[in-house]
Design a protein around this ligand. Structure first.
Ligand code: ADP
Ligand code: MG
Length: 367
């Protein structure tokens, strides 16, 4: 059964400064029971707003939301179920723990609100603390703990009510990189033990790829692509998704009579076929580690720069007037100025960048 369903959801905000901004539009989603699903996208793309609508902290401008088979928000019927009746757990980016309460009371808080009897409360809090590796720390105050431990308190407080759905809004962003990686596994472990469904919001691509079964890339309030991490990485449907997931190198190209040339060099054909009936100018997108640099065949050029990095060597090679990055294992050797040939397996073609879109993206990040 789908546990989180959104249909045609829209949210407008109106402020004096910007007028009306459509923060989320035409948003449709089905998340299955037990799934870990991520929303990924740059700051201002509407991730938090969507999560807050699911949680019930924000009403909808249009559309409907169902949780566990029951409608919780329907704009047209003015139906709205408050957050505490939605059977959700939530953890946010800021360590939202109460400094004046000890760990036990912090975690017991949602059970207190629900008037759970004392003995049962104790048992459930202890279980939640144990699962979050905080057992024995009931009497400590959050101020004495590290960021990672504070975020564990927030996690324990979110799981203590045994929610069916867990909403996590950049919960690891304030932690240092090592801890962030280990907490990903802890969250997945908790999910296995408690069996909840996760919606995980992040602007960090590797985090989304590591944690989720499926994910959604968002841009300017819109859904750009939904799929598994590998589908999105291997078949990005736009330049935006290509750039957002993994490293990209883009070559500006000119298409003439069904043949592709690098912009700035119409003398030499590119060894890639452009899509049929495409625009006159297109972008060839590749991953720097998937370009084949060799001494035999392909697009002929010379190595402009060579950078020795810890895990690979990066060559910069002019393709027309674009400087293309090529990453190879250290053993492939070319020196600066040496002739080389490039091939572009797994390349993707996209239309040229829309500059108006970039300006709008920046505007959304300002607020
Ligand atoms: P994200 O979480 O992806 O960074 P948000 O959902 O916070 O993005 O914001 C999406 C858009 O909605 C942004 O343009 C933001 O400025 C706007 N927005 C969010 N909350 C409000 C609000 N309370 N009032 C006005 N505009 C808002
Ligand atoms: Mg946000």
């Amino acid at each position: 059964m789908d546990q989180v369903v959104l249909r045609n959801v829209r949210k407008d905000f109106t402020t004096k400064l910007l007028g009306t901004v459509t923060a989320v539009e035409n948003f449709n989603l089905n998340v299955a029971e037990g799934e870990c699903f991520s929303f990924l996208g740059p700051s201002g793309c509407g991730k938090t707003t969507t999560l807050r609508m699911i949680a019930g902290f924000e009403d909808l401008s249009d559309g409907e939301i169902e949780l566990c088979g029951k409608p919780v928000s329907i704009k047209a019927k003015n139906l709205y179920v408050p957050p505490e009746k939605r059977d959700l757990g939530m953890v946010f980016q800021a360590f939202a723990v109460w400094p004046h309460m000890n760990i036990f009371d912090n975690v017991a808080f949602p059970l207190n609100v629900r008037k759970v009897p004392r003995a049962e409360m104790k048992e459930r809090v202890e279980k939640a603390l144990k699962h979050c590796s905080l057992d024995g720390m009931e009497k400590e105050y959050p101020g004495n703990l590290s960021g990672g431990q504070q975020q564990r308190i927030a996690l324990a407080r979110a799981i203590v009510t045994n929610p069916k759905v867990m909403l996590l809004d950049e919960p690891l962003s304030n932690l240092d990189p090592k801890l962030r990686e280990s907490m990903r596994f802890e969250i997945k472990k908790l999910q296995k033990e408690f069996g909840f469904t996760i919606i995980f919001v992040t602007h960090d691509q590797s985090e989304a790829m590591a944690i989720s079964e499926r994910m959604l890339v968002m841009d300017m309030g819109r859904q750009v692509q939904i799929g598994t991490p590998t589908e999105l990485y291997n078949k990005p449907n736009s330049r935006f998704v290509h750039k957002f997931l993994g490293q990209s190198t883009f070559t500006n190209c000119v298409i003439e009579n069904g043949k592709a040339y690098a912009k700035g060099n119409l003398q030499q054909l590119l060894p890639v076929d452009p899509p049929k009936g495409c625009d006159h100018e297109m972008i060839l997108a590749t991953r720097p580690n998937q370009i084949d640099i060799n001494k035999e065949s392909g697009y002929e050029s010379v190595v402009e720069n060579r950078i020795f990095l810890t895990d690979y060597t990066e060559y910069q090679v002019k393709v027309g007037d674009t400087l293309v990055q090529v990453q190879t294992p250290h053993r492939v050797e070319f020196s600066v100025g040496e002739k080389c040939f490039l091939r572009f397996p797994n390349a993707m073609w996209y239309p040229m960048e829309d500059e108006a879109a970039e300006a709008e993206r920046n505007r959304r990040q300002l607020v």
